[in-house]
Design a protein around this ligand. Structure first.
Ligand code: NAP
Length: 327
């Protein structure tokens, strides 16, 4: 029998909720988290739409509470960067090998809760000036820009929330958006548009980030007139969406699966395809949270996914154990 009934990969709201439910279902469960790829929730300065906490809560504090609760029910934790998962033949049935950079685990089932990471803008100057004025995390880097002029790129929930947060430190915050209206939730739009220290540049695309040692300006192009101009700034915060951390599930050399298919069925953007019960294309592998193909990516939906994934994994593991006793 495998070392674990269930291994959860990812320590964000989805993985931790799955861990809480699995531990309470008395599955022997390990959660592997990667400090190199932190949950997006940790980067949130204030989460104010998680029910039951009317005053809001920081992402770090919420994750810490989730962790303490799951630990109290017996969830085990390890730190590692998972690079592959492989099926192996157990005594009576198939089980899974989870391969981290420096360790191999085996388990009857897996929950993928690997989340997403910020998408890059992919313009000239971005990689060169990353960490030298270019940032993807306002909570992490905001205080470094005290009394400086910065620009924010994007118009979704993340861009607006982070822009509002950065107005606390920065002298001037300019949001550059490629359309003439924001995509963010209405309440965030209202706050942003009414904020006296937030300025907007509409219908504009950043085409280059300029600077020798550090960021000095961005070059923008007006999409309607094609006119180019520069906005001087010392910081560029990029919030243009996310990409799923599912590269290790794609076709690769050491995979036990065919090169063109990969291990788990993903959509064209790399999100894991599941059914309503969080089952993936592989028996015994479930997925939950932001890495899953779905409409709404929020802490609360990640938690719901996590509970469902754990419940499905529980049913699967119990069925396997019952089958093995029948032999
Ligand atoms: P998002 O909703 O995908 O928005 C990305 C923004 O970046 C859009 O405004 C998009 O412009 C812009 N964009 C994308 N590619 C671009 C490019 N190449 N150049 C310039 N602009 C580009 O991403 P998000 O704001 O990070 O949110 C991700 C998910 O997390 C969403 O489901 C969101 O609701 C959720 N979230 C929720 C909260 C909350 O509830 N408090 C907070 C943060 C995130 P267009 O508008 O023109 O497409």
């Amino acid at each position: 029998m495998a070392e674990y009934d269930l291994i959860i990969i990812g320590g964000g709201p989805a993985g931790l909720t799955a861990g809480l439910y699995a531990a309470r279902a008395r599955l022997k469960t390990l959660l592997i988290e990667s400090f190199a790829v932190p949950s997006q929730a940790v980067a949130a300065d204030r989460i104010e739409n998680y029910p039951g906490i009317p005053s809001g809560i920081s992402g770090i504090e919420l994750i810490d509470r989730f962790k303490r609760q799951a630990k109290a029910f017996g969830l085990e934790f390890d730190v590692g960067n998972v690079v592959d998962i492989k099926p192996q033949n157990g005594k009576d049935f198939r089980q899974w090998q989870i391969i981290a950079e420096d360790k191999v685990y085996d388990s009857l089932s897996i929950i993928l809760a690997v989340g997403t990471r910020p998408r890059e803008l992919e313009v000239a100057g971005e990689s060169k000036l990353r960490g030298r004025g270019v940032s993807y995390c306002a909570t992490c880097d905001g205080p470094l820009f005290k009394d400086r002029d910065i620009v924010i790129i994007g118009g979704g929930d993340t861009a607006v929330e982070e822009a509002l947060f950065l107005t606390r430190f920065c002298r001037k915050v300019t949001m550059i958006h490629r359309r003439d209206r924001l995509r963010a939730t209405k309440i965030l739009q209202e706050r942003a548009l009414a904020h006296e220290r937030l300025e907007f540049v509409w219908d504009s695309q950043v085409i280059e980030i300029l600077g020798e040692e550090n960021v000095e300006a961005v070059k923008i192009k007006d999409i309607k007139t094609q006119e180019e101009s520069k906005i001087p700034c010392e910081g560029v915060f990029i919030f243009v969406g996310f990409i799923p951390n599912t590269d290790f599930l794609k076709p690769h050399k050491t995979s036990g699966f065919s090169q063109d298919k990969g291990i788990i069925e993903l959509d064209e953007a790399g999100y894991v395809i599941t059914d309503d019960n969080m089952k993936t294309s592989q028996e015994g592998v479930f997925a939950c949270g932001d890495c899953r193909k779905k409409l709404l990516r929020q802490v609360v939906t990640a938690c719901g996914d996590g509970a469902n994934a754990a419940f499905s994994a529980q049913g699967y593991v119990e069925k396997l154990k019952k089958m093995s006793r029948m032999y």
